[in-house]
Design a binder for this molecule. Structure first.
Ligand code: NAD
Length: 405
C-alpha cells in the first residue's frame, strides 16, 4: 500500500516533517509506504527550491489544488494556525487523511468544527491526527508507561514549564507568531499547548479548571523588513530567523508569557509556565510528576534520559536514578541503534509519521485525535478567560459538545 502525501508549508515544520517522511519507511517496517508526492507554498520559486531540497516529487502554489487532487491520499498541514481549519476541513471533505500541526486551530470554534468533521470522515475510513510530536519522544512515552503501570502511585503534582528567549530583544520583528489573527495566541498556544497535551497524555488526567496570568512585555515591535505588512512574514521565514526589522512598528497582539495553576480530574494539582522571555532558555521543556510511590522528571535538553525516584525501594537505596531511554524495549527504540546510541529532536517526528501511517494502514484511530486537540484548545481558552478576569478560577469547558459550524 502506498500513501501519497501532500504537505502545505515548507519552512520550520515543513522541513521537520519532510525529514520524517523521508526517513520513516527506511527505519520502520510498516504496512504502507509514504511517498512524498506534492508540496505546497505560495511563492513558486521558493516552493520549487524547497521541493528539490526536501525531496518532494512535485510542487503547487495553491493548497486547494493539493487537497482536491485524486493522486493525494494524505494532507500534512504545516502552516500557521490561521489556515489549519480551512485546509484540514477541505482535505477531510475531499476524503484525505489529515495530519495537522498544533495547536489544532486559532479558536475554539474552528477546533470544534474540525473535531466534528473528523468522525464523519472516519466513517468512510479517513483518519486525522494533531501533531503534538513530543508525545513521541521515547522518554515521554516511557514516562506514560511508568504512570500507567502504577509505578508512581497516586499522582499529586504536575510541574511543567516550556521556556524560550527568542523575543527578549524588543527590536525582534513582529513575525506571524506575535500576531493574534495569525497565531491565535502567543507563548500560550505555541509552547504552552505542548505541555498541556504532554502532561495530560502522560498522566491520563485532564485539566478541569485554571487560574492564570498572562503578560505582553513588549507591546510594540518593528515590522519585518521585506514583509508586505502586518499580515505576512517573508515566505519561508522561520521561528527566530525572520528577516531583520524595518523602520515601521506595529502592536504585539499575543501574550509573551502565560502562567497558570490547574486541577486535574484525577485529583492532582498542576503548575504550567510558558514564556518566550526566559533569557538563556532556548527550548527548555521540563516536566516533573510527583506521585505517592515515586516521581519522574523529563527535560527536553536531555531527551534520551528520565529521572526516576522509586519510593518503594528500601530507604537506604532511594534516590533519583537516571534511566537512559535507548533500550530496545523502550518505546520506539527497537528500530534505531544499539543501546546507548542516542537519538534527537527530529526522531519525534519520524515516530509521529510511523504511528500515523500504521493507523491509516490498519484502519485504527491515531492519537492525539482532533477531539483530543479540541480539549487542549478549550484549556487554552480557559487560560485566556481566567487571565482576562484577574486570574479568577475558570472551569475548562467539556469537549463533548463538538458541533459542525
Ligand atoms: N510540533 C512542533 O514542535 C512545532 C514546532 C514549531 C511549529 N509548530 C506548528 O507548525 C505550524 C507552522 O509553524 P512553523 O514554525 O513551521 O512556521 P513557519 O513560519 O516556519 O512556516 C510556515 C509555512 O507555511 C507557509 N504558509 C503560510 N500560509 C500559507 C498558505 N495560505 N498556503 C500555503 N502555505 C502557507 C509559509 O510559506 C511557510 O512555508 C504552526 O501551527 C506551529 O504552531 C509545531
Amino acid at each position: 500500500m502506498q500513501l501519497r502525501v501532500g504537505m502545505v508549508g515548507y519552512a520550520f515544520m515543513g522541513a521537520a516533517h519532510s525529514q520524517a517522511w523521508r526517513t520513516v519507511n527506511r527505519v520502520y517496517d510498516l504496512p504502507a509506504r509514504a511517498r512524498m508526492a506534492l508540496i505546497c507554498g505560495r511563492d513558486a520559486g521558493n516552493v520549487a527550491e524547497a521541493a528539490d531540497r526536501l525531496g518532494w516529487d512535485a510542487y503547487t502554489t495553491d493548497w486547494r489544488d493539493l487537497v482536491s487532487r485524486d493522486d493525494i491520499d494524505v494532507v500534512d498541514v504545516c502552516t500557521p494556525g490561521d489556515s489549519h481549519a480551512e485546509i484540514a476541513l477541505a482535505a477531510l471533505a475531499a476524503g484525505k487523511h489529515v495530519l495537522c500541526e498544533k495547536p489544532l486551530a486559532n479558536t475554539v470554534e474552528e477546533a470544534r468544527a474540525m473535531a466534528a468533521a473528523a468522525p464523519t470522515a472516519r466513517a468512510s475510513g479517513v483518519r486525522s491526527m494533531c501533531g503534538f510530536n513530543y508525545r513521541r519522544v521515547p522518554a515521554v512515552a516511557m514516562m506514560r508507561r511508568l504512570v500507567a503501570d502504577g509505578r508512581l502511585g497516586v499522582i499529586r503534582h504536575v510541574r511543567a514549564a516550556y521556556l524560550q528567549d527568542w523575543i527578549v530583544d524588543p527590536q525582534f520583528p513582529l513575525v506571524w507568531r506575535l500576531q493574534k489573527d495569525r497565531a491565535g495566541s502567543g507563548a500560550l498556544g505555541d509552547i504552552g499547548a505542548h505541555i498541556i497535551d504532554l502532561t495530560q497524555y502522560v498522566t491520563g488526567q485532564r485539566i478541569t479548571g485554571v487560574s492564570a496570568v498572562t503578560e505582553t512585555f513588549v507591546k510594540e515591535r518593528p515590522l519585518p523588513a521585506g514583509s508586505s505588512g502586518l499580515a505576512a512574514t517573508v515566505d519561508g521565514s522561520v521561528d527566530g530567523h525572520a528577516d531583520g526589522a524595518g523602520p515601521a512598528t506595529g502592536p504585539v497582539t499575543v501574550d509573551d508569557a502565560a502562567l497558570f495553576v490547574a486541577r486535574l480530574d484525577g485529583g492532582a494539582l498542576a503548575t504550567y509556565e510558558a514564556s518566550r522571555f526566559a533569557t538563556g532558555r532556548k527550548n527548555a521543556l521540563r516536566v516533573e510528576i510527583n506521585g505517592s510511590l515515586g516521581s519522574v522528571v523529563f527535560d527536553l535538553e536531555r531527551l534520551n534520559e528520565l529521572e526516576f525516584y522509586d519510593a518503594t525501594l528500601p530507604t537506604a537505596e532511594q534516590g533519583f536514578s537516571r534511566i537512559l531511554v535507548t533500550e530496545g524495549d523502550h518505546p520506539y527504540m527497537s528500530a534505531w541503534w544499539p543501546p546507548g546510541h542516542i537519538i534527537g529532536y527530529e526522531h519525534s517526528f519520524t515516530h509521529q509519521m510511523r504511528d500515523f501511517i500504521e493507523a491509516i494502514a490498519t484502519g485504527t484511530d491515531p492519537e492525539p485525535s482532533f477531539a483530543d486537540a479540541l480539549q487542549v484548545q478549550l484549556v487554552l481558552d480557559a487560560v485566556v478567560r481566567s487571565a482576562e478576569l484577574g486570574s479568577s478560577w475558570t472551569d475548562v469547558e467539556p469537549a463533548l459538545t463538538a458541533v459542525a459550524v
